[in-house]
Design a protein around this ligand. Structure first.
Ligand SMILES: Cc1ncc(COP(=O)(O)O)c(C=O)c1O
Length: 385
Protein backbone atom coordinates (compact mmCIF):
# COMPACT_ATOMS: atom_id res chain seq x y z
CA UNK A 1 0.00 0.00 0.00
CA UNK A 2 2.98 2.32 0.46
CA UNK A 3 2.86 3.39 -3.18
CA UNK A 4 -0.61 4.78 -2.55
CA UNK A 5 0.64 7.31 -0.04
CA UNK A 6 0.75 10.82 -1.38
CA UNK A 7 3.83 11.10 -3.57
CA UNK A 8 4.60 14.67 -2.55
CA UNK A 9 4.63 13.61 1.08
CA UNK A 10 6.80 10.60 0.30
CA UNK A 11 9.25 12.81 -1.58
CA UNK A 12 9.92 15.25 1.26
CA UNK A 13 12.77 14.40 3.64
CA UNK A 14 13.05 14.78 7.41
CA UNK A 15 15.09 17.85 8.22
CA UNK A 16 18.87 17.40 8.22
CA UNK A 17 18.96 19.13 11.61
CA UNK A 18 16.74 16.47 13.16
CA UNK A 19 18.65 13.68 11.43
CA UNK A 20 21.90 14.87 12.90
CA UNK A 21 20.33 15.55 16.29
CA UNK A 22 19.11 11.93 16.37
CA UNK A 23 22.60 10.70 15.55
CA UNK A 24 24.04 12.78 18.41
CA UNK A 25 21.70 11.04 20.87
CA UNK A 26 23.75 7.86 20.35
CA UNK A 27 26.83 9.49 21.87
CA UNK A 28 26.14 10.18 25.53
CA UNK A 29 29.41 12.03 26.09
CA UNK A 30 28.91 14.43 23.14
CA UNK A 31 28.59 18.17 23.51
CA UNK A 32 25.77 19.31 21.29
CA UNK A 33 25.83 22.74 19.67
CA UNK A 34 23.02 21.83 17.33
CA UNK A 35 19.74 22.98 18.71
CA UNK A 36 17.76 26.07 17.69
CA UNK A 37 16.06 26.71 20.95
CA UNK A 38 16.87 29.10 23.80
CA UNK A 39 18.59 27.52 26.79
CA UNK A 40 16.58 29.73 29.16
CA UNK A 41 13.38 28.69 30.90
CA UNK A 42 10.14 30.43 29.95
CA UNK A 43 9.90 33.52 32.23
CA UNK A 44 8.06 32.84 35.50
CA UNK A 45 5.19 35.29 34.95
CA UNK A 46 4.36 33.62 31.64
CA UNK A 47 4.36 30.17 33.23
CA UNK A 48 2.14 31.50 36.04
CA UNK A 49 -0.35 32.83 33.46
CA UNK A 50 -0.48 29.40 31.81
CA UNK A 51 -1.13 27.70 35.15
CA UNK A 52 -3.78 30.24 36.02
CA UNK A 53 -5.53 29.66 32.69
CA UNK A 54 -5.82 25.97 33.56
CA UNK A 55 -7.05 26.69 37.11
CA UNK A 56 -9.64 29.11 35.79
CA UNK A 57 -10.85 26.57 33.25
CA UNK A 58 -9.82 28.70 30.30
CA UNK A 59 -9.44 25.46 28.45
CA UNK A 60 -12.03 25.80 25.72
CA UNK A 61 -11.82 26.74 22.05
CA UNK A 62 -10.98 30.37 21.40
CA UNK A 63 -11.96 32.33 18.28
CA UNK A 64 -10.20 30.78 15.26
CA UNK A 65 -7.88 33.72 14.80
CA UNK A 66 -7.05 33.75 18.51
CA UNK A 67 -8.18 35.66 21.59
CA UNK A 68 -8.99 39.22 20.64
CA UNK A 69 -6.96 40.51 23.62
CA UNK A 70 -3.93 38.54 22.44
CA UNK A 71 -4.25 39.80 18.87
CA UNK A 72 -4.45 43.33 20.25
CA UNK A 73 -1.37 42.77 22.40
CA UNK A 74 0.51 41.31 19.43
CA UNK A 75 -0.49 44.21 17.22
CA UNK A 76 0.62 46.75 19.86
CA UNK A 77 3.88 44.85 20.40
CA UNK A 78 4.93 44.95 16.74
CA UNK A 79 3.77 48.55 16.42
CA UNK A 80 5.82 49.74 19.38
CA UNK A 81 8.86 47.63 18.67
CA UNK A 82 9.11 47.69 14.88
CA UNK A 83 6.68 50.33 13.61
CA UNK A 84 4.38 47.75 12.00
CA UNK A 85 0.72 48.67 11.75
CA UNK A 86 -1.94 45.93 11.79
CA UNK A 87 -5.58 45.90 12.83
CA UNK A 88 -6.00 43.27 15.56
CA UNK A 89 -9.47 42.19 14.48
CA UNK A 90 -8.88 41.71 10.77
CA UNK A 91 -5.13 41.45 10.17
CA UNK A 92 -3.66 39.19 12.87
CA UNK A 93 -3.90 35.40 13.32
CA UNK A 94 -2.53 33.45 16.29
CA UNK A 95 -1.03 30.20 14.99
CA UNK A 96 0.61 27.06 16.34
CA UNK A 97 4.11 28.46 16.24
CA UNK A 98 5.71 30.21 13.31
CA UNK A 99 5.70 26.80 11.62
CA UNK A 100 1.95 26.82 11.16
CA UNK A 101 2.09 30.46 10.11
CA UNK A 102 4.48 29.47 7.30
CA UNK A 103 2.17 26.63 6.28
CA UNK A 104 -1.02 28.69 6.10
CA UNK A 105 0.76 31.55 4.35
CA UNK A 106 2.08 29.31 1.58
CA UNK A 107 -1.16 27.42 1.20
CA UNK A 108 -3.04 30.68 0.82
CA UNK A 109 -0.84 32.23 -1.85
CA UNK A 110 0.63 29.36 -3.87
CA UNK A 111 -0.79 27.46 -6.85
CA UNK A 112 0.56 24.45 -8.69
CA UNK A 113 3.71 25.59 -10.49
CA UNK A 114 4.12 28.87 -8.59
CA UNK A 115 7.75 29.78 -8.03
CA UNK A 116 9.03 30.90 -4.63
CA UNK A 117 12.35 32.73 -4.46
CA UNK A 118 14.31 32.12 -1.28
CA UNK A 119 17.88 32.59 -0.12
CA UNK A 120 20.33 29.70 0.06
CA UNK A 121 21.43 28.67 2.64
CA UNK A 122 18.10 28.87 4.48
CA UNK A 123 15.96 27.45 7.27
CA UNK A 124 14.77 24.02 6.07
CA UNK A 125 11.12 24.56 7.02
CA UNK A 126 10.08 26.32 3.80
CA UNK A 127 10.95 23.98 0.92
CA UNK A 128 8.85 20.98 2.02
CA UNK A 129 5.72 23.12 2.38
CA UNK A 130 6.36 24.79 -0.96
CA UNK A 131 6.65 21.34 -2.53
CA UNK A 132 3.49 20.07 -0.79
CA UNK A 133 1.70 22.97 -2.49
CA UNK A 134 2.99 21.73 -5.85
CA UNK A 135 5.06 24.90 -6.12
CA UNK A 136 8.75 25.25 -6.93
CA UNK A 137 11.53 26.63 -4.70
CA UNK A 138 13.97 28.85 -6.59
CA UNK A 139 17.15 29.46 -4.61
CA UNK A 140 19.22 32.61 -4.74
CA UNK A 141 22.91 32.02 -4.02
CA UNK A 142 23.70 34.39 -1.15
CA UNK A 143 27.15 32.99 -0.39
CA UNK A 144 28.89 35.99 -1.94
CA UNK A 145 26.73 38.70 -0.36
CA UNK A 146 27.33 37.74 3.28
CA UNK A 147 24.19 35.57 3.03
CA UNK A 148 21.94 38.56 2.30
CA UNK A 149 19.27 38.64 -0.37
CA UNK A 150 19.76 41.63 -2.67
CA UNK A 151 17.48 43.23 -5.24
CA UNK A 152 19.92 42.28 -8.01
CA UNK A 153 19.99 38.60 -6.98
CA UNK A 154 16.21 38.42 -6.68
CA UNK A 155 15.76 40.25 -9.99
CA UNK A 156 17.75 37.55 -11.82
CA UNK A 157 15.31 34.86 -10.66
CA UNK A 158 11.97 36.54 -11.34
CA UNK A 159 9.87 34.90 -14.03
CA UNK A 160 6.19 35.08 -14.95
CA UNK A 161 5.62 32.23 -12.46
CA UNK A 162 7.17 33.95 -9.44
CA UNK A 163 4.51 34.28 -6.77
CA UNK A 164 6.52 34.84 -3.60
CA UNK A 165 9.87 35.97 -2.21
CA UNK A 166 10.90 34.85 1.27
CA UNK A 167 12.89 37.24 3.42
CA UNK A 168 13.88 35.28 6.54
CA UNK A 169 15.89 37.80 8.55
CA UNK A 170 17.57 37.67 11.05
CA UNK A 171 18.57 34.38 9.47
CA UNK A 172 18.72 30.84 10.65
CA UNK A 173 21.40 29.46 9.96
CA UNK A 174 23.68 32.44 9.25
CA UNK A 175 22.61 35.06 11.82
CA UNK A 176 22.82 37.80 9.20
CA UNK A 177 20.14 40.41 8.62
CA UNK A 178 19.27 43.07 6.04
CA UNK A 179 20.13 46.74 6.31
CA UNK A 180 17.58 49.44 5.57
CA UNK A 181 19.18 50.23 2.19
CA UNK A 182 19.00 46.60 1.10
CA UNK A 183 15.36 46.39 2.19
CA UNK A 184 14.49 49.56 0.27
CA UNK A 185 16.16 48.27 -2.89
CA UNK A 186 14.23 45.00 -2.66
CA UNK A 187 11.03 47.00 -2.09
CA UNK A 188 11.74 49.11 -5.15
CA UNK A 189 12.11 45.96 -7.23
CA UNK A 190 8.99 44.20 -5.93
CA UNK A 191 6.53 47.02 -5.23
CA UNK A 192 3.46 46.75 -7.40
CA UNK A 193 4.52 43.39 -8.92
CA UNK A 194 2.15 40.44 -8.49
CA UNK A 195 4.54 38.85 -6.02
CA UNK A 196 3.98 38.32 -2.30
CA UNK A 197 6.68 38.66 0.30
CA UNK A 198 6.81 36.35 3.28
CA UNK A 199 8.92 38.05 5.89
CA UNK A 200 9.80 35.52 8.58
CA UNK A 201 10.81 37.65 11.54
CA UNK A 202 10.84 35.00 14.28
CA UNK A 203 14.26 36.24 15.49
CA UNK A 204 13.28 39.94 15.48
CA UNK A 205 13.83 40.33 19.23
CA UNK A 206 17.31 38.84 18.98
CA UNK A 207 19.17 41.45 17.02
CA UNK A 208 22.48 42.85 18.26
CA UNK A 209 23.28 46.49 17.77
CA UNK A 210 20.77 47.98 15.38
CA UNK A 211 17.02 47.59 15.77
CA UNK A 212 15.03 45.11 13.73
CA UNK A 213 13.65 46.38 10.44
CA UNK A 214 10.70 44.90 8.58
CA UNK A 215 9.99 45.41 4.89
CA UNK A 216 6.29 45.67 5.79
CA UNK A 217 6.88 49.06 7.41
CA UNK A 218 7.28 50.47 3.89
CA UNK A 219 3.91 51.63 2.64
CA UNK A 220 4.67 50.33 -0.85
CA UNK A 221 5.14 46.80 0.48
CA UNK A 222 2.53 46.39 3.18
CA UNK A 223 -0.28 45.24 0.85
CA UNK A 224 1.75 42.36 -0.58
CA UNK A 225 3.59 41.21 2.55
CA UNK A 226 2.82 38.55 5.14
CA UNK A 227 4.86 39.02 8.31
CA UNK A 228 5.49 35.91 10.40
CA UNK A 229 6.56 36.10 14.00
CA UNK A 230 6.07 34.22 17.27
CA UNK A 231 7.15 33.74 20.84
CA UNK A 232 9.33 30.63 20.49
CA UNK A 233 12.62 32.49 20.40
CA UNK A 234 11.80 35.88 21.95
CA UNK A 235 10.21 34.48 25.10
CA UNK A 236 11.81 31.05 25.14
CA UNK A 237 8.46 29.42 24.48
CA UNK A 238 9.23 26.81 21.81
CA UNK A 239 6.98 24.18 23.39
CA UNK A 240 4.01 26.49 23.91
CA UNK A 241 3.56 26.78 20.14
CA UNK A 242 2.51 30.37 19.66
CA UNK A 243 3.11 32.17 16.38
CA UNK A 244 1.47 34.99 14.46
CA UNK A 245 0.72 36.19 10.98
CA UNK A 246 0.36 39.91 10.30
CA UNK A 247 -1.06 40.59 6.85
CA UNK A 248 -3.52 42.90 5.10
CA UNK A 249 -7.18 41.98 5.68
CA UNK A 250 -7.72 40.54 2.15
CA UNK A 251 -4.96 37.96 2.80
CA UNK A 252 -5.81 37.33 6.47
CA UNK A 253 -9.44 36.66 5.60
CA UNK A 254 -8.33 33.78 3.35
CA UNK A 255 -5.50 32.50 5.57
CA UNK A 256 -7.78 32.18 8.56
CA UNK A 257 -9.85 29.62 6.65
CA UNK A 258 -6.80 27.42 6.15
CA UNK A 259 -5.93 27.87 9.82
CA UNK A 260 -9.48 27.06 10.91
CA UNK A 261 -9.64 23.74 9.08
CA UNK A 262 -6.10 22.88 10.01
CA UNK A 263 -5.98 23.80 13.70
CA UNK A 264 -9.25 25.44 14.79
CA UNK A 265 -7.23 27.65 17.11
CA UNK A 266 -3.93 27.71 19.01
CA UNK A 267 -3.99 26.20 22.52
CA UNK A 268 -6.10 28.39 24.81
CA UNK A 269 -3.67 27.89 27.71
CA UNK A 270 -0.73 28.97 25.59
CA UNK A 271 -2.68 31.96 24.34
CA UNK A 272 -3.27 33.21 27.89
CA UNK A 273 0.42 32.71 28.66
CA UNK A 274 1.26 34.58 25.43
CA UNK A 275 -0.98 37.45 26.48
CA UNK A 276 1.16 37.93 29.58
CA UNK A 277 4.31 37.66 27.45
CA UNK A 278 3.12 40.46 25.18
CA UNK A 279 1.82 42.75 27.92
CA UNK A 280 3.84 42.30 31.11
CA UNK A 281 6.79 40.67 29.35
CA UNK A 282 7.43 42.92 26.38
CA UNK A 283 11.11 43.24 27.27
CA UNK A 284 11.66 39.64 28.40
CA UNK A 285 14.02 39.03 25.50
CA UNK A 286 16.47 41.68 26.67
CA UNK A 287 18.24 39.68 29.40
CA UNK A 288 18.53 36.63 27.14
CA UNK A 289 19.78 38.81 24.31
CA UNK A 290 22.51 40.32 26.48
CA UNK A 291 23.68 36.83 27.30
CA UNK A 292 23.56 35.66 23.66
CA UNK A 293 25.50 38.74 22.66
CA UNK A 294 28.39 37.87 24.98
CA UNK A 295 28.42 34.35 23.56
CA UNK A 296 28.21 35.66 20.00
CA UNK A 297 31.30 37.78 20.46
CA UNK A 298 33.13 34.93 22.21
CA UNK A 299 32.28 32.29 19.59
CA UNK A 300 33.07 34.63 16.69
CA UNK A 301 36.47 35.50 18.16
CA UNK A 302 37.33 31.88 18.87
CA UNK A 303 36.40 30.76 15.35
CA UNK A 304 38.34 33.62 13.79
CA UNK A 305 41.40 32.75 15.89
CA UNK A 306 41.13 29.15 14.69
CA UNK A 307 41.50 30.53 11.17
CA UNK A 308 37.95 29.79 10.06
CA UNK A 309 36.32 32.15 7.59
CA UNK A 310 33.11 33.38 9.19
CA UNK A 311 30.62 36.24 8.85
CA UNK A 312 29.88 37.94 12.19
CA UNK A 313 26.19 37.36 12.93
CA UNK A 314 23.88 40.35 13.54
CA UNK A 315 21.02 38.40 15.04
CA UNK A 316 19.48 35.06 16.14
CA UNK A 317 21.83 32.63 17.94
CA UNK A 318 23.66 30.88 15.15
CA UNK A 319 27.00 31.26 13.43
CA UNK A 320 27.91 29.68 10.11
CA UNK A 321 31.65 29.24 9.51
CA UNK A 322 33.11 27.89 6.28
CA UNK A 323 34.97 24.58 6.56
CA UNK A 324 35.76 24.37 2.84
CA UNK A 325 39.51 24.45 3.35
CA UNK A 326 39.47 21.08 5.11
CA UNK A 327 38.43 19.32 1.93
CA UNK A 328 35.60 17.40 3.61
CA UNK A 329 31.89 17.60 2.89
CA UNK A 330 29.85 19.31 5.62
CA UNK A 331 28.37 15.97 6.60
CA UNK A 332 31.73 14.17 6.81
CA UNK A 333 33.24 17.06 8.73
CA UNK A 334 30.36 17.07 11.25
CA UNK A 335 30.39 13.28 11.54
CA UNK A 336 34.14 13.09 12.12
CA UNK A 337 33.98 15.96 14.62
CA UNK A 338 31.32 14.02 16.47
CA UNK A 339 33.16 10.69 16.34
CA UNK A 340 36.64 12.00 17.09
CA UNK A 341 35.99 14.88 19.51
CA UNK A 342 32.38 14.34 20.59
CA UNK A 343 31.10 17.71 19.47
CA UNK A 344 27.91 17.96 17.44
CA UNK A 345 27.25 20.77 14.98
CA UNK A 346 24.77 20.83 12.10
CA UNK A 347 26.20 20.12 8.62
CA UNK A 348 25.55 23.14 6.40
CA UNK A 349 23.85 21.09 3.70
CA UNK A 350 20.85 20.75 6.05
CA UNK A 351 20.13 24.32 4.89
CA UNK A 352 19.98 23.53 1.16
CA UNK A 353 22.86 22.66 -1.14
CA UNK A 354 24.07 26.26 -0.77
CA UNK A 355 25.06 25.43 2.79
CA UNK A 356 27.53 22.76 1.64
CA UNK A 357 31.02 23.67 2.87
CA UNK A 358 29.72 25.24 6.09
CA UNK A 359 28.64 24.13 9.56
CA UNK A 360 26.04 25.72 11.82
CA UNK A 361 26.96 26.27 15.44
CA UNK A 362 24.20 27.32 17.81
CA UNK A 363 25.27 29.47 20.75
CA UNK A 364 22.04 28.94 22.65
CA UNK A 365 24.19 27.08 25.18
CA UNK A 366 25.83 28.09 28.46
CA UNK A 367 29.27 29.66 28.22
CA UNK A 368 31.09 26.68 29.78
CA UNK A 369 29.47 24.34 27.23
CA UNK A 370 30.52 26.63 24.40
CA UNK A 371 34.03 26.88 25.76
CA UNK A 372 34.45 23.12 25.97
CA UNK A 373 32.81 22.58 22.57
CA UNK A 374 35.10 25.11 20.91
CA UNK A 375 38.20 23.67 22.61
CA UNK A 376 37.28 20.33 21.12
CA UNK A 377 36.63 21.85 17.71
CA UNK A 378 40.04 23.52 17.86
CA UNK A 379 41.71 20.22 18.72
CA UNK A 380 39.93 18.61 15.76
CA UNK A 381 41.11 21.34 13.39
CA UNK A 382 44.72 21.06 14.57
CA UNK A 383 44.69 17.29 13.99
CA UNK A 384 43.11 17.67 10.56
CA UNK A 385 45.20 20.54 9.18
C1 LIG B 1 13.57 30.93 10.59
C2 LIG B 1 12.61 30.13 11.39
N1 LIG B 1 11.29 30.25 11.13
C3 LIG B 1 10.39 29.55 11.81
C4 LIG B 1 10.74 28.67 12.80
C5 LIG B 1 9.68 27.88 13.51
O1 LIG B 1 9.37 28.46 14.73
P1 LIG B 1 8.25 27.85 15.70
O2 LIG B 1 8.95 27.05 16.74
O3 LIG B 1 7.59 29.07 16.31
O4 LIG B 1 7.31 27.06 14.90
C6 LIG B 1 12.10 28.51 13.12
C7 LIG B 1 12.51 27.56 14.17
O5 LIG B 1 13.65 27.26 14.37
C8 LIG B 1 13.05 29.26 12.40
O6 LIG B 1 14.37 29.15 12.65
Amino acid sequence: MQHLLNSRVRDIQISGIRKFFNLVQQYDDAISLTIGQPDFATPEHIKAAGKQAIDQNRTTYTPNAGLQALREAASTFVAQKYGLCYDAASEVIVTNGASEAIDIAFRTILEEGSEVILPGPVYPGYEPIIRLCGAVPVYVDTRHTDFKMTAALIGEKITEHTRCVILPYPSNPTGCTLEQKGIEEIAELLAGKEIFIISDEIYSELIYGETHRSIATLSTMREQTIVINGLSKSHSMTGWRIGFTFAPAYITEQMVKVHQYNATCASSISQYAALTALTEGINDAQAMKDEYDKRRVYVYERLTKMGLEVVKPDGAFYIFPSIKKFGLSSFDFALRLLEEQRVAVVPGDAFSSYGEGYIRISYAYAMDVLEEGLDRLEAFLVLNK
